[in-house]
Design a protein around this ligand. Structure first.
Ligand SMILES: Cc1cc2nc3c(=O)[nH]c(=O)nc-3n(C[C@H](O)[C@H](O)[C@H](O)COP(=O)(O)OP(=O)(O)OC[C@H]3O[C@@H](n4cnc5c(N)ncnc54)[C@H](O)[C@@H]3O)c2cc1C
Ligand SMILES: *[C@@H]1O[C@H](CO)[C@@H](O)[C@H](O)[C@H]1NC(C)=O
Ligand SMILES: *[C@@H]1O[C@H](CO)[C@@H](O)[C@H](O)[C@H]1NC(C)=O
Ligand SMILES: *[C@@H]1O[C@H](CO)[C@@H](O)[C@H](O)[C@H]1NC(C)=O
Ligand SMILES: *[C@@H]1O[C@H](CO)[C@@H](O)[C@H](O)[C@H]1NC(C)=O
Length: 492
């Protein structure tokens, strides 16, 4: 009896402390996607699997010296701002939960302030400008806000309400991804995942087409909607309807971010998920040797992994996959983010004084416009900090025209998000029918911090459910995955 207990304990310890490669998970990328996969793997294996956990070690590889990926900060003139992903929606429930779980502080970004004025620049003139309430009196602010609403209504009419309901329907459908395991299956493909929530059709037509179908006026589509898609995705209304709906949702009220930087979500999740983090280590090759993946890194090291998760877009990388994998070709949209401490030049805009320039300069689709948007990040006593988004780099000559003074300028060229099309094509979540997973396949639907987290949560469930079925160890039996919710519930 005693011997048996010792043997059981010994086996248990063996399983716990000598991880074989089959229960080692390797994650490439430490952005919100990779960090969320690690988090949900730990959370779900603790909650749904009797020990020992099916996952022993989690290795995470990050080519840079910091975690967070496209969530990063920039420091200009001694102050820190979001350089990449900046805003979260009030219904980004994973981000909301991360914030609570990690004890992070919420922040309302200045750019979501209703009292800020918006101007629409066509390269020659402001097509219109909303009023700016400089008054601190709430009554004045409310009147100004009312005047702006009336102005918008006179210009765009009932189309404004049709636009809101278009966004609301998409946001409500998206909320299905937060349903419990009883009603929400594990998805094997992006298409299946989108179809289940009623969002797939939105990826088959352009935003422009979808909005015409919804009865929006051409003026609203060419102006306000275009301003928003240019700010959020650096692209026109030719992006897919779904990417467009996500983009429009990111222009509403109640937006927020994390005090000190959104990257802390990734840092906190990684810290609390018992992850072996390898910074400054880029994965160059992933080779499947029948029962194990061998990952080779720029440090000249090799790692054996039972499961490999790609949590970064593969489009501009040359990771050498053996055997080769095949994904639909996809171009990334580069967004040049230029941060300037200084002052805009009113003459560039044909204006007399600085105060005539709106707080947020949105732009139309036109060859005459060199940038997608200019926003004020902070008003200082004598100058401002601005953020300029553009599709091409802002040359110094151009900046010298747009700005009258520049104390400091920082330029970042982001491989920002997919260049969206309609109909959209999706890479598989499971790249090789074994245990090579691709979180960022979902980015071709829409790219946000929250959509990365939602895709990552599904990937974590997919890994656990396939491991518990012995997929890859024996024969493949994909038919059982994601079809019968009650069965999955007991498995996870
Ligand atoms: C300018 C800009 C503005 C944005 N604004 C918003 C916004 O307001 N709200 C919002 O929700 N989203 C926004 N986004 C989108 C958002 O940033 C992304 O959707 C999200 O951060 C993607 O996270 P990820 O983890 O999937 O990828 P990433 O954050 O890109 O993480 C991938 C990581 O993998 C690493 N890596 C790559 N290759 C290797 C390798 N071979 N080996 C090791 N490591 C590797 C990279 O260095 C990177 O750290 C914005 C993006 C940009 C660029
Ligand atoms: C957020 O956390 C709460 C409380 O733990 C939980 O009930 C809810 O399901 C979580 N939401 C998501 C999206 O995970
Ligand atoms: C959008 O697509 C249409 C049809 O392909 C094309 O004519 C138009 O130029 C595109 N617009 C932009 C801004 O790319
Ligand atoms: C990591 O998490 C622990 C709590 O689990 C916390 O005390 C510590 O400060 C965190 N470290 C970092 C670098 O966030
Ligand atoms: C990975 O590294 C191992 C050990 O150095 C080597 O044998 C193998 O050929 C490498 N694989 C690839 C694809 O480079």
């Amino acid at each position: 009896m005693e011997q048996r207990i010792i043997a059981i304990v010994f086996c248990f310890l063996l399983l716990q402390f000598s991880p074989t490669h089959s229960n080692t998970v390797c994650i490439i990328g430490s952005g919100i996607g990779g960090a969320s996969v690690a988090h949900f793997l730990r959370q779900y294996s603790a909650a749904y699997h009797p020990s020992p956990s099916p996952i022993a070690q989690i290795n995470m590889f990050e080519r840079k010296g910091v975690v967070g990926g496209r969530m990063a900060t920039v420091t200009i003139a001694g102050e820190t701002f979001e350089a990449g992903a900046s805003i979260l929606h009030p219904k980004n429930y994973h981000a909301v939960n991360y914030t609570k779980y990690l004890d992070l502080q919420l922040k309302k970004p200045k750019s979501s302030d209703d009292s800020l004025s918006l101007g629409l620049w066509d390269g020659h003139k402001f097509v219109y400008k909303t009023f700016n309430s400089k008054s601190k009196l709430p009554i004045v602010q409310r009147l100004v806000s009312l005047a702006n609403s009336i102005m918008m209504f006179l210009r765009y009419g009932f189309s404004l309400f049709r636009m809101s309901s278009f966004v609301e329907v998409a946001v409500n459908n998206f909320l299905r991804y937060y349903e419990g395991f009883n009603s929400r299956p594990v998805f094997e493909s992006v298409e299946e995942m989108l179809k289940w929530a009623g969002l797939y059709d939105l990826t088959t037509q352009t935003l422009g087409e979808e909005l015409v179908k919804a009865g929006l006026s051409p003026l609203l589509i060419q102006e306000l909607v275009t301003v928003i898609t240019r700010i959020n995705y650096g692209q026109s209304v030719n992006i897919s309807g779904f990417a467009g709906a996500v983009s429009l949702a990111g222009s509403g009220g109640g937006l927020w971010s994390i005090e000190g930087g959104n990257w802390q979500m990734a840092a906190g999740l990684i810290n609390r998920s018992d992850v072996l983090l390898h910074l400054h280590e880029e994965i160059e090759s992933v080779s499947y040797l029948g029962d194990v993946y061998v990952l080779n890194s720029t440090q000249g090291k090799s790692y054996n992994c039972g499961v490999t998760v790609v949590a970064t877009p593969l489009d501009e990388l040359n990771i050498d996959f053996n055997p080769r994998i095949s994904i639909p070709p996809r171009k990334l949209q580069h967004t040049h983010a230029t941060f300037v401490r200084g002052l805009l030049n009113p003459a560039y805009f044909g204006l007399n004084s600085l105060s005539d320039i709106p707080d947020l300069v949105g732009t139309k689709e036109s060859h005459d416009v060199p940038c997608s948007s200019i926003s004020i990040l902070k008003k200082h006593e004598n100058d401002m900090t601005y953020k300029v988004f553009s599709r091409e780099t802002m040359t110094d000559a151009l900046l010298d025209n747009v700005f009258s003074t520049r104390k400091e300028t920082i330029k970042i060229n982001w491989a920002a998000y997919p260049h969206y099309h309609a109909p959209e094509k999706f890479a598989p979540f499971i790249l090789d029918n074994q245990h090579l997973y691709y979180v960022n396949a979902f980015e071709n639907a829409a790219s946000t911090m929250e959509t990365s987290a939602v895709a990552a949560e599904n990937i974590a469930r997919l890994i656990l459910s396939r491991l518990s079925q012995g997929v890859g160890l024996s024969s493949l039996d994909l038919k059982r995955v994601g079809r019968d919710p009650s069965e999955l519930h007991t498995e996870l």
